[in-house]
Ligand binder design. Sequence first.
Ligand SMILES: NCCC[C@H](NC(=O)CCC(=O)O)C(=O)O
Length: 445
Amino acid sequence: MTREFNFDGLVGPSHNYAGLSFGNVASFNNVKSASNPKQAALQGLAKMRALAARGFAQGVLPPQARPNFRLLRSLGFTGSDADVLARAYKESPVILACAYSASPMWTANAATVSPSRDTQDGKVHFTPANLNNKLHRSHEHEQSARALRAIFHDERHFAVHDALPATPAFGDEGAANHTRLCREHGADAVEVFVYGRVEFDPAAPAPKRYPARQTLEASQAVARLHGLSAAHTVYLQQNPDVIDQGVFHNDVIAVGNADVLFYHEQAFADEQGALFQLRQALAGVDAELRTIRVATSQVSVADAVHSYLFNSQLLSKPDGRMALVIPRECEENAAVARYLEELVGSGGPVDELIHFDLRQSMRNGGGPACLRLRVALTDGEAAAMHQGVLMTEELYHKLVGWVEKHYRDQLEPADLADPALAVEVRTALEELERLLGLPGLYDLS
Ligand SMILES: NCCC[C@H](NC(=O)CCC(=O)O)C(=O)O
């Protein structure tokens, strides 16, 4: 049997609001407000626990070591660790914030994953995303690769590639711009890549106000690395106008699961063309696309961006129906709340809503779907991965205890200059390696 595992990012102890993501409305609006790392981590853990308790396969991906002293030193801040922090804070607090960002919590951007059913060599392939559009995210991929290699260490089953070259032609944001459509997780599938820009075709449409983070060239390179078949791979262009309205990743405006695509009518540059391509490719894997199309008259793009309606997890339940995992913000938006009520009453594939309070992450533009990386695994593959990251009641309680012990409940921009914070984070991560049974997870040299 094949099951879809959701690996959620455990929010790191330096979670803060630094306004680093131009084009991401929430990140910009909450710049320099105080964060609560403890609450952020507990909110994420509560989601993992609840979904695991419901029988969904749930794992956790560890946070990364912060600040990234190697990054700071490579930019010319030298001396002892305390000197590096003091100089960076004085000369460029924004660089210090980049080195301290807890952005690896959004594991939808950690990598693109192709299940073994889709790949030429029959292994599960991972390509960590270079995230090169933003300095604070561009240094995640090294540790993402290291963590994935530690968890998916068995080379008979898993291949973890290096990130693509970090140049604008290969802007790669990972699974946030990727979805897999199929009858069921274990069946042949179509992998769908959504890009915002084409580097080598200056005539292709592109956003004008905000950056397009993902390129067609990156998507094609990932498909090549993973050994995907051309007939089962579809590339769609995201609508540049919605990128300019704050839809910085496709998973802010569309989500797919099994044979269902839940999307906003403005999501793609060419809606009819996109549906045609998907239907044709799906016919090749004996599947028929079911669409849940949301019209602008039902939910505007602005409401979608503020509520994160589409940054939901669409999860298959054992009874064949689907649940939609949404943030509380969806209840608070009148148009979205009305739409959702209709959706679950419509007799369509979605018959249940599961709400979570993820406010701490949402204030940086990360909803339920941003917080998780989907990995479909056969039973054999699931048995071959490191078991210490699978969410159980026991692991949940251990991690809550660890968070309670090590995390601050308030972090202001100026706190990043406090040398004690760096020591606290390091101590916490050393303990986490033991707790997850992953010695050597971090390069703490
Ligand atoms: N998939 C959701 C990603 C959200 C993430 N936000 C941030 O990095 C904000 C960080 C800050 O501004 O402190 C991003 O934009 O990539």
